[in-house]
Structures are given as C-alpha cells and as structure tokens.
Design a protein around this ligand. Structure first.
Ligand SMILES: C[S@@+](CC[C@H](N)C(=O)[O-])C[C@H]1O[C@@H](n2cnc3c(N)ncnc32)[C@H](O)[C@@H]1O
Length: 286
C-alpha cells in the first residue's frame, strides 16, 4: 500500500471540549421566540466534553532542536493564535492585501514553502496540527524569509468555521481566493472513512468561504479517495469542475504551482497514480 500517510496519525480519537456555537453558525441556539415547540436542547454545561470525529489524531511527535528553536525565534512573526468567534483580518495579518489561499494539513511544509516562494504576491494561511511540522515550516519561513505565510497550529475545520466568514448570498464577504488540500490522510479502512476531510458538509463550508471564481485544489495518491473527492466535489452545487477534458475523467492535470514531493516522485517512478482535482466557486445566481 503506497498511499501517503503521516506517521503521527495513528493514535485513538480524542474528546473535544464543548464550546458555544458561534453566532453565525447554523448550530447556534435560535432565540426563544423562534424555537419550534418541543423539547429544548440544552447546551452541555461548562466542562462537559463532546466527542466529534476529527480528520486527524495527535501523537506526541519528537521535535528536533531546530524546530524547538524555530518556535521561539520565528513563532512571534509567523504563528497566528486561534481566535474563536473572531474573524481574520487578512490585511492586518499579512501586513498587506493580496489573494488569500488557505492550506489544510501542510505536513512538514515542503510544498507549502515552495509554493509561497513561487507565488510571492499571494498570502498563505496554513493550518496544521502536527507540532514538528509546524516547527519545520516555521524554521523555513524564518531562515528563508518567506514573508507571505502565516501558520495556525489548530484544527483547520474550526479555523474555517470560526475565523473565516461565509459569503453573503450575493457572493460578497468571502475572503478566500483558493484552498489547497494536498494528500490528506486517506484513512484507508472503511470504518475510518468517516474521518476523511473531503465530505459533503466540509466541502459546502469551504465553498461558502471562497470568493466567486476562487478555487479548491485537492490531490491524493489513494484512488478510492480520489473517486470520493470527485463524487463529493462534483455534487456540491456551488462548485464547477475546472477540468473539462473528457479524456481526464474529471481529474485535472497537475497545476504547475504544486511541486512534486520526494514521496510522490518515488511513487510515480513505481507506477503509482496521483490524482489532482480543481474545482471553482460559481458566481451566485443573479
Ligand atoms: C498525509 S499528511 C500530508 C501532508 C502534506 N500536505 C504533504 O502533502 O506532504 C496530512 C496532514 O494533514 C494534517 N491534518 C489532518 N486534518 C487536519 C485538520 N483538520 N486541521 C489541520 N491539519 C490537519 C495532519 O496532521 C497531517 O500532517
């Protein structure tokens, strides 16, 4: 089995602390008068934990001394705090305006650093939960002076829900020009498939945060996951497949900006496949 899997994703599910639903979330409790008659769902009391399915599991990875130093030295410049219920201000965050790309799960950040260097005019908001990976990308940002990356060491799904606004019905208000999800954990076993990131609910949330014309780019080397991606992205009515060549069966040629990783190159040499998918946010109906 060649599918890419980060080695820190092998421990069991962790409980998640219950937090109040944000005011803009559909899960927020409606005001008293608007509630339908029937049993009232009370939020769990403070300190009660809810189990939610996460797309990752954390394992205490070993941090190298360089990575530990990078947190101290470069953290203040490149790390962003997770601020629940407080929307991101991209211009203030990056110190300039520019197209904003969200990356979910950058691993050790090699592709992220290369893409940011190749696209100096774009700003990259990069989420990863794996601490050594965050340390590794911090080190690169600091040492190579990659000023257009900011890192959030937090669950990207919560970042999306709590820090990035969904577009208004007329399409205004969204902040994202692009989303990158490269080689997300494939969760091979059927009983773990529910942990996969690319599911209808998340794709709808991502699409709602893309500007009209903004893109969602996924890549995977696990064919069953590629098929699931194609199905889920194709079923999202606000997205259109950018790949229109019938010969490609809905998949996209690898865009030039996505560098070949060492792992991917090795797999390709062994004849293994990699599938890219690029979908674009449709303009809202007039
Ligand atoms: C298989 S690795 C791929 C890493 C990288 N994209 C690459 O191509 O080398 C998937 C990464 O996604 C991260 N991840 C999974 N779910 C995440 C989430 N909800 N928020 C942030 N990171 C997540 C994992 O920690 C892991 O490092």
């Amino acid at each position: 089995m060649h599918a890419f899997r980060c080695d820190h994703t092998m421990t069991s599910e962790r409980p998640q602390r219950a937090t109040a639903a944000p005011a803009h979330s559909p899960a927020a409790t409606p005001p008293e008068a608007a509630r339908p008659p029937g049993p009232v769902h009370k939020p769990p009391p403070e300190g009660v934990y809810l189990r939610t399915i996460k797309s990752y599991v954390l394992r205490a990875g070993r941090m190298g001394t360089g990575q530990i130093k990078a947190f101290e030295q470069f953290g203040p410049r490149f790390l962003l705090p997770f601020t629940p219920h407080q929307l991101l201000d991209p211009a203030a965050t990056f110190g300039r305006s520019g197209p904003l790309v969200l990356e979910i799960g950058f691993g050790m950040g090699d592709a992220t650093a290369k893409i940011a260097q190749a696209r100096p005019g774009d700003n990259f908001l990069c989420c990863e939960v794996h601490e050594p990976g965050v340390g590794a990308l911090l080190k690169r940002c600091g040492e190579e002076g990659i000023g257009n990356i900011r890192i959030l060491q937090h669950d990207a799904v919560e970042v999306l829900e709590q820090m990035l606004p969904a577009a208004q019905p007329d399409g205004t208000g969204a902040l994202l020009d692009g989303v990158h999800i490269f080689f997300p954990d494939p969760w091979h076993k059927t009983k773990h498939n529910k942990r996969r990131l690319i599911q209808p609910a998340l794709v709808a949330k991502l699409s709602a945060r893309l500007k009209p014309g903004g893109y969602l780019h996924c890549a995977t080397d696990w064919e069953p996951y590629a098929q699931q991606m194609l199905e889920v992205l194709g079923a999202e009515p606000t997205l259109a497949n950018a790949s229109t060549d019938p010969a490609l069966g809905g998949y996209a040629p690898k865009p030039d900006y996505r560098p070949l990783t060492k792992f991917e190159n090795r797999g390709l040499k062994l004849g293994h496949g990699v599938w890219d998918l690029v979908f674009v946010r449709r303009a809202p109906a007039a």
